[in-house]
Ligand binder design. Structure first.
Ligand code: SF4
Ligand code: SF4
Length: 714
């Protein structure tokens, strides 16, 4: 009789293994369909990341309430997994009862001491109760729709929660009835047992029910529990819960830069630029989509989303995955691309026929709500609208908060922009052409004559690199396009020159030899133009003699420090706020204590200084030393800083959709009661100054660069 029982269990387990393994194979093939992306070999650091992020739940626990819930899920899953194994082994060995033996149960293992078994039983009961409570709360939060980042409601996420809840409700049916039967047979006393805190309560509660009825309930409990468990295993690789299996590998294969760099293009070999088919994204970007937990933390911090633009980073990842899984799988499995494949005829044909990832030529969408169906769920599922692609400021707020280290959204968006700009020559904001032309012809996006690039330094007696001969200067001062051509930014450069001279720093500028680093072109998808500018600048810089570079623009700073490495430019680079902090600390620069200018200052962290380069303290340390200054922080500061709206080339685009990001940030700064907003970026300066002008007719609040605040006090 029990032979049949065990045979059915065996068949179910074998089916589950086959069904799950097939789905996992498909996921691996889908990830491998992506384009190559080399990784550094740092296996020790990678393994450490997995330990800290997966088992330590470091990022997850940054959000206290959600982190606590997830902690229960993870450790519940791991600890209760020992019990699931027991359940399966029990079913498989039940047939031994036909021969007078006990089926497998841990408590029948003679070498395990009773205390150990009790602790094991307690861990199962206790964790199962915790998971049931956490799941009930999570379902309540999702169903009542009050948590914005969990919207739109996800059927997938709710199905998973019902499955987890079902798993542990059936656990208590099975173990509670079994505990009652153990009491009936005298194996356990009729009382509450600390090691079965819930199950013994259930057993006591059903006292009086006939043993035969409880036996039937016990059998039903077993099959239900086993069924939900095996069903869950089959569902995982087909659902968002694939992150259970993909998060670990994704963290292991992480990028070690704080934000992933856009990939350079080999223009001599490539015929197609950018991405409009999902399989043209890198394999790591595709792995990211399977690791996504759909927790929505990224949406909750995305400045584009929060100002009602049609962009949700979670949706971008979801769409890439849906496009890959359901729209493109038939094309992918025909050629099963492997790393290193060249674009041969078959692959090109498949790419041409496969469904588009980036949607174009549709009516404009104007708000987040336009992306969501009336009954929840996304419209345009599996494809990304052109307005989503151009709404991103590449601020990396989504990267900073992701608990599974997903960093591909801004770089994938740049890849899709490249396709619009370089392949289609349409579907991008036309005002970008002015900036592109300016960079191409005059070396700056405003198109100011290249011969005027050092006009700001007239009468300041600023040394030029060209006049240095064999002298190796201590600092090459990279001025940047805004600093050289924008009237407001020129004042920052002039203030900085005063500081450098006072501190007797050996420095020189490039003057008319300097050109735009190309950062706006790269972020706006014109990699061809960026490539040209980067190569010219690196070639010119490599001929100069200097020890270090500093830049006043965080975008230039980031280019010189990180992205020029791909073009042979390896330099020691500082941001001017770092240099000023260092000069003050080394006492090369002293402040005049008599210049007590009373100001209450809040510092706005530029994204490319803060999140991209993890520099939060240098400007704050300087502010603390300034006579007459008190400081205050915005709610969103440092890692949580809110973009000014200018990054990702958005500085050069009109803001037609949603609310203006710079006004949102200005409001956040004004809410602190500060009299001055300080920053360290010419783009942030423009956006916040415009914000203050919009909000206050009489400009009671000033916006100043750290260099200006220091120069006023020397
Ligand atoms: S990308 Fe990261 S933060 Fe965003 S939903 Fe996915 S797991 Fe959460
Ligand atoms: S980089 Fe910034 S703007 Fe772009 S999706 Fe992420 S959070 Fe939103």
């Amino acid at each position: 009789m029990f032979i049949l029982y065990s045979t059915v269990v065996l068949a179910l387990v074998a089916f589950t293994i086959f069904f799950t393994f097939t789905a996992l194979q498909q996921v691996v093939a889908m990830v491998r369909a992506g384009t190559p992306e080399p990784l550094t070999h740092q296996w020790q650091d990678r393994a450490l990341s997995v330990l800290v992020m997966v088992f330590g739940q470091k990022k997850v626990l940054e959000d206290r309430s959600y982190g606590f819930m997830h902690f229960w899920y993870l450790y519940g899953f791991l600890i209760l997994g020992i019990g699931h194994l027991e359940l399966v082994l029990f079913g498989l060995t039940r047939f031994t009862q036909d021969f007078g033996y006990h089926p497998f149960l841990y408590r029948h293992l003679p070498f395990l001491p009773a205390t150990f078994i009790h602790l094991y039983e307690f861990s199962q009961d206790f964790m199962a109760l915790g998971v049931v409570l956490v799941v009930a709360f999570a379902l309540y939060r999702r169903i009542n729709g009050k948590v914005a980042r969990l919207l739109p409601r996800s059927k997938d996420a709710e199905t998973i929660l019902w499955l987890i809840g079902g798993l542990y409700v059936t656990f208590f049916i099975f173990v509670g009835s079994e505990t009652f039967l153990r009491m009936e047979t005298g194996a356990l006393g009729y009382s509450w047992h600390w090691y079965l805190p819930i199950s013994s309560l259930i057993a006591l509660a059903v006292a009086g029910v006939s043993a035969t009825a409880v036996l039937v309930i016990n059998e039903i409990g077993f099959w239900l529990h086993l069924g939900v468990f095996l069903g869950f295993a089959c569902y995982i690789p087909r659902s968002k819960h694939m992150h259970l299996l993909a998060a670990g590998p994704n963290i292991y294969f992480r990028h070690f830069e704080t934000v992933a760099k856009p990939r350079p293009i080999d223009f001599e070999k490539s015929e197609k630029f950018g991405v409009d088919r999902v399989q043209e994204l890198s394999w790591k970007s595709l792995l990211d989509t399977f690791a996504c937990t759909e927790c929505g933390r990224c949406d909750a911090v995305c400045p584009a989303h929060l100002t009602k633009k049609p962009l949700q980073p979670k949706k971008i990842l979801h769409d890439i995955k849906i496009n890959l899984r359901y729209k493109n799988w038939n094309h992918i499995k025909k050629f099963r691309s492997s790393w290193g494949d060249s674009l041969d005829g078959q692959l090109e044909k498949e790419l041409a026929e496969s469904p588009n990832l980036a949607l174009v030529n549709l009516e404009k969408i104007s708000a987040n709500s336009d992306l969501v169906e009336a009954d929840g769920g996304y419209k345009l599922e599996g494809q990304i609208h052109v307005d989503e692609i151009w709404a991103c400021t590449t601020c990396a707020a989504c990267v900073e908060v992701c608990p599974v280290l997903i960093d591909s959204v801004p770089t994938d968006i740049i890849e899709m922009r490249r396709n619009f700009v370089m392949m289609q020559a349409e579907n991008y904001p036309k005002e970008l052409n002015t900036a592109f032309k300016g960079m191409e012809v005059q070396g700056n996006p405003w198109g100011v004559g290249q011969d005027k690039r050092q006009d700001w330094a007239k009468q300041l007696d600023v040394p030029l690199m060209a006049d240095q001969g064999d002298h190796e200067v201590e600092y090459l001062f990279w001025v940047g396009c805004a600093g050289a051509t924008d009237e407001r930014s020129k004042k920052i450069q002039q203030a900085l020159v005063r500081i450098l001279k006072k501190a007797q720093v050996d420095f020189a500028i490039l003057g008319c030899e300097e050109k735009c680093t190309g950062d706006p072109a790269r972020r706006m998808g014109n990699e061809y133009l960026y490539d040209q500018l980067a190569r010219e600048n690196v070639e010119m810089l490599n001929r100069k003699k200097f020890k270090k570079i500093f830049a006043t623009c965080p975008h230039c700073f980031n280019q010189l420090k990180h992205e020029y490495k791909d073009f042979g430019g390896h330099y020691s680079v500082q941001h001017h706020t770092e240099l000023i902090a260092e000069l003050l600390k080394d006492k090369r620069l002293t402040l005049d204590d008599k210049k007590q200018i009373e100001e209450k200052i809040t510092f706005h962290d530029p994204c490319y200084l803060g999140r991209y380069n993890k520099q939060y303290e240098a400007p704050r340390e300087t502010l603390k030393t300034l006579p007459g200054v008190t400081t205050t922080e915005m709610t969103f500061s440092k890692e949580k800083s809110f973009c000014c709206g200018a990054g990702g080339g958005r500085m050069f685009m009109e803001e037609h959709l949603g609310n203006r990001i710079n006004l949102e940030r200005t409001d956040q700064a004004m809410a602190t009661g500060a009299t001055t907003i300080a920053t360290g970026c010419p783009f942030c300066m423009t956006m916040l100054s415009d914000g203050v002008k919009d909000r206050l007719a009489d400009e009671q609040i000033k916006v100043k660069d750290i260099a200006e605040l220091v120069a006023e006090r020397i």
